[in-house]
Design a protein around this ligand. Structure first.
Ligand SMILES: [Zn+2]
Length: 205
């Protein structure tokens, strides 16, 4: 750490979790570095029903490639999101992963292009964009969450939801076959009843 940056440490130490030092590969096209590191998220990401909260652990698999124009970063983000289920309103946490790739140019030519800042690149802006875009807009605690009963406000019974024949999961096909054989059995009984019912009918004449 060069002397002279110490005075700024307090202000920027939180942002620095997203900094990647590229001094050893800068202006050396063809050089490549891979790093995995883990840290605590300093500031939450996401504004809607789902977010990565501040204080959550985040792990980055980072590949930095030196190219002629700058540094190409390929990043996989592993973390945990906290969300409110859009159906049952339960707050839940679930592992969350997103990948992105970004070029950090030595001389950014357009306003939306990221640059190499001295000896480092700042992954934070593109990482935040990638995470926010990938967070679910309508999170559900599990794919088959039945949601709340509109009348009682209670969680619906699981079998009440998605009971349509068209949506039977192949894994439940055997069970569905069992169900339909029960239906057939009751249909047979139903057919027998009109026969026995004719006798009283003829008696009534
Ligand atoms: Zn739910």
């Amino acid at each position: 750490m060069p002397a002279g940056t110490a005075g700024r440490e307090g202000r920027s130490s939180q942002d620095r979790v997203y900094h990647e030092n590229v001094r050893d590969i800068s202006n050396r096209p063809g050089e490549m570095r891979e790093r995995t590191r883990e840290f605590t998220v300093p500031e939450k990401m996401g504004e809607a029903l789902a977010e990565v909260p501040a204080g959550e652990r985040m792990e980055l698999d980072v590949r930095l490639e030196s190219v002629h124009e700058g540094i190409l970063a390929s990043v996989t983000v592993h973390t945990t999101m906290r969300a409110e289920c859009g159906r049952c309103l339960k707050v839940f946490t679930t592992p969350f992963q997103v990948e992105f790739q970004e070029l950090f140019a030595y001389t950014p030519s357009e306003a939306d292009e990221y640059g190499v800042h001295g000896d480092h690149v700042d992954l934070e802006p593109p990482l935040r964009d990638a995470v926010v875009l990938a967070l679910p807009f309508q999170p559900v605690c599990r794919p088959d969450c039945p949601g709340l009963d509109p009348e009682s406000g209670e969680l619906r019974e699981a079998e009440a939801a998605g009971a349509s024949d068209a949506e039977i999961d192949p894994r439940w096909a055997a069970l569905a076959g069992f169900e339909s054989s029960r239906v057939e059995a009751s249909a047979v009984r139903a057919e027998e009843e009109p026969d026995s019912g004719e006798i009283p009918e003829s008696e009534s004449k």
